[in-house]
Design a protein around this ligand. Structure first.
Ligand SMILES: Nc1ncnc2c1ncn2[C@@H]1O[C@H](COP(=O)(O)OP(=O)(O)O)[C@@H](O)[C@H]1O
Ligand SMILES: [Mg+2]
Length: 223
């Protein structure tokens, strides 16, 4: 039997779940800081571990911001950011999704400028799009993240090979709930569209052919 929750019950449920997520996030945060301190203490220089810790901490920040959004306390929080840094951070975080696939991962940032954007939301969109690219590759393939400042815009082009998106679905992919994956939610691209749209940033499927699928993000630069 299905039961419909009242608003009050739903709010309570959101508070409970947020509380539990927050508790466990703080454990992840604490331990990642302990690992970082120990690396420093014992003078261990390992760029792969340092990078993993940075990515974990950035993800913790994104989850934290999303929890605030759930409580409707958080509006957009635009900051002045370096375009190159945000692209490289997003790409680095997304590499975690490669797991054991054989994927060549190319990141190239041609030039940089300052942009005005909500850091966690922008990172969350970049990682969502790269994650989709990685998921579209079955076993072996290539992802490229190419970025440049051109005509007053920061342009990020995320390309993968793999199965293309059929022509008649190229608009539908941005709708909430549309997924072709067994365990997909169909939320990723809808969230990206909303998060970016709120900030005057555009997201488009630039092309999807037999050989390549590319998404393009265009961010106005700060003058
Ligand atoms: N890079 C891509 N290559 C091929 N198909 C894609 C790509 N990105 C998105 N899609 C298609 O769009 C659908 C919706 O993506 P998304 O909103 O992120 O939800 P989910 O990843 O949970 O399926 C995917 O299920 C897939 O069919
Ligand atoms: Mg997705």
């Amino acid at each position: 039997m299905t039961s419909i929750l009242s608003n009050e019950e739903l709010n309570q449920q959101i508070r409970n779940v947020s509380h539990e997520i927050r508790n466990h996030l703080s454990i992840c945060d604490m331990y990642s800081q302990i690992i970082k301190k120990n690396l420093e203490k014992y003078e261990i220089h390992n760029s792969s571990i340092e990078n993993a810790i940075e990515c974990i901490q950035q993800s913790i920040k994104i989850i934290g911001t999303n929890l605030l959004e759930l409580k409707s306390l958080n509006q957009n929080n635009p900051q002045i950011l370096d375009f190159e840094k945000i692209v490289k951070t997003g790409a680095e975080m997304s590499k975690a999704y490669i797991c054991d696939k054989n994927i060549e991962f190319e990141v190239y940032v041609k030039n940089t400028a300052l942009i005005n954007a909500d850091e966690t939301k922008l990172l969350s969109c970049i990682t969502n799009i790269i994650k989709n690219g990685i998921e579209a590759i079955e076993i072996k393939g290539k992802i490229s993240v190419l970025a440049e400042i051109k005509e007053d815009k920061g342009i990020i082009k995320i390309t993968n090979n793999g199965k293309p998106i059929p022509k008649d679905k190229q608009e539908t992919i941005f709708e909430q709930g549309y997924t072709t994956k067994k365990t997909g939610s169909g939320l990723g691209l809808a969230i990206c569209k909303r998060y970016l749209g709120e900030q005057n940033i555009t997201l488009e499927l630039a092309k999807s052919t037999k050989t390549q699928t590319s998404f393009e993000i265009k961010i106005p630069i700060t003058k």
